[in-house]
Design a binder for this molecule. Structure first.
Ligand code: GBH
Length: 451
């Protein structure tokens, strides 16, 4: 038997989801349109033309889904609140029925002994705000803070910890630079104001939450970056990528300043939108925890042609997920140890807010789903977390992505990330082998620590 390292007593176990990926019911109870409703309808934007119109129908089936979580024995559930359900036009009129849904969900979770960990923005911006420029506009940050206040006023009596944004890097790059996610803009490096406006929105929302005595986290997708070779050009390219992917979204929060992007010839669009006092607003409220979403490390080489200051280079000789992403569990240990080295005492406790993989899971005739690939992936990454903890990194919890197979953005329903299989025709939920494995792992951890 492999002798795995222990995770500490009190370590928190959870699962993650996001509103547009599971809820469906996009036109119900007064919900406004989001950028994803619009983008998914663009011909060719999403694989097989799939939309989140029904998704996992979680809006109606949340009771069944919370029951599945209760049986897992979770400490926490990370979900996201759909801004257009709460404020259909992005600002102004509040939709009481939208708030009611999250109110019911929170009560159901608490009843099941599960701590709710809501994310305020997981990419489904109200379309009305997109029509006013979306996150390219500074105004959106202020509208975000207003919306945060509305949700916090309703749920804050029962919800003590909050995540402001999910993966501001991916939202900027996929949504505004490359156009492969909503809102589908292709601005390349002109999208950099989206970084600053999201971070400003985080800071403004964070102070609203802080004033109410609530804890604040952000969920950043971070990746350790390795140069493809020791060639100085590859090393410089890897540094540029690290600055844009990791430091751009973490330095301002923890250090109160942006990395010097001009060193890589790309800083101008950012400098143009940072006003005096902004960095105090971004870093001032502080963070009670840094959420880390981890999928894989990244290998970078010098650009072959001008344009971007780096090029991605495939990681060879390792297993790949159904999505084609390389599986390198030790990359998570490397990332966590690297964060501590980089930020030292400025680094707050870490929570792994997403980690998981897509597998081409099918339900066998006997009703089981054999996803041992996922079990190996999760076990390997938890072992990496335990090693980082043994090396002195303060990691407090782990939320796997995801509870359910769901709407995987531009890939539609073709990539399955769940511990629970979903038949998207019948909405039937079938727990996979990884579900039982995770349940037993949580129970064993608790038993060892007398929980
Ligand atoms: C997260 O994004 C999202 O928060 C979540 O909504 C989503 O469903 C989930 O992950 C799964 O995708 O080309 O091999 O270098 C993850 C963002 C961006 C992580 C691309 C992996 C590179 C893979 N991902 N990335 S690779």
């Amino acid at each position: 038997m492999v002798n795995r390292l222990e995770l500490p007593a009190g370590f928190r176990w959870g699962v993650s989801t996001a509103s547009y990926q599971i809820e469906g019911a996009v036109a119900e109870d007064g919900r406004g349109r989001s950028v994803w409703d619009v983008f998914a309808e663009r011909p060719g934007a999403v694989k097989d033309g799939h939309t989140g119109r029904v998704a996992c129908d979680h809006y109606h089936r949340y009771g069944e889904d919370v029951a599945l979580m209760r049986e897992l024995g979770l400490d926490g559930y990370r979900f996201s609140v759909a801004w257009p359900r709460v404020v259909p036009e992005g600002s102004g009129v509040v939709n009481a029925a939208g708030l009611d849904f999250y109110d019911r969900l929170v009560d159901e979770l608490l009843e099941a002994g599960i701590t709710p960990l809501p994310t305020l923005f997981h990419w489904d911006l109200p379309q009305a705000l997109e029509e006013r420029g979306g996150w390219l506009e500074r105004d959106t940050a202020y509208r975000f803070a207003e919306y945060a206040e509305i949700v916090a006023d309703r749920l804050g009596d029962r919800v003590s910890a909050w995540i402001t944004l999910n993966e501001p890097f991916v939202h900027m790059v996929y949504g505004y630079a490359l156009g492969i996610h909503a809102p589908g803009r292709t601005l390349m490096l002109d999208s950099l104001p989206v970084a600053h406006h999201q971070l400003l929105g985080h800071g403004l929302a964070a102070s609203v939450l802080r004033e109410r005595g609530r804890e604040v986290l952000i969920a950043n997708n971070l990746t350790p970056v390795q140069p493809a070779s020791a060639d100085p050009a590859d090393v410089a390219a890897a540094e540029a990528y690290d600055a844009l992917h990791n430091r751009l979204f973490t330095d301002p929060l923890l250090l109160g300043r942006y990395p010097d992007l001009s060193a890589y010839g790309v800083g101008e669009d950012l400098d143009g939108c940072v006003r005096e006092g902004d960095l105090e607003l971004v870093s001032g409220p502080g963070l009670d925890g840094l959420g880390v979403n981890f999928y894989n490390p990244t290998r970078i080489s010098a650009p072959a042609e001008p344009g971007l200051p780096f090029a991605e280079s495939p990681i060879e000789g390792v297993p790949r997920t159904a999505f084609g992403w390389p599986v390198v569990p030790d990359g998570l240990r490397e990332l966590l140890v690297g964060l501590r080295e980089r930020y030292g005492a400025a680094l707050p406790p870490i929570v792994i807010t997403e980690n998981g993989c897509s597998v081409a899971d099918e339900v066998a005739p006997d009703g089981t789903v054999d996803d041992r690939f996922r079990i190996d992936y999760l076990a390997g990454h938890l072992d990496a977390v335990a090693h980082a903890v043994a090396e002195g990194v303060d990691v407090r919890g782990y939320y796997t992505w995801s509870l359910l197979d769901n709407y995987e953005w531009a890939e539609g329903f073709s990539q399955r990330f769940g511990l629970v299989h979903v038949d998207f025709e019948t909405q039937r939920r079938t727990p996979k082998a990884s579900y039982a494995w995770y349940r037993d792992l949580i129970a064993a951890h608790r038993a060892r620590h007398g929980g």
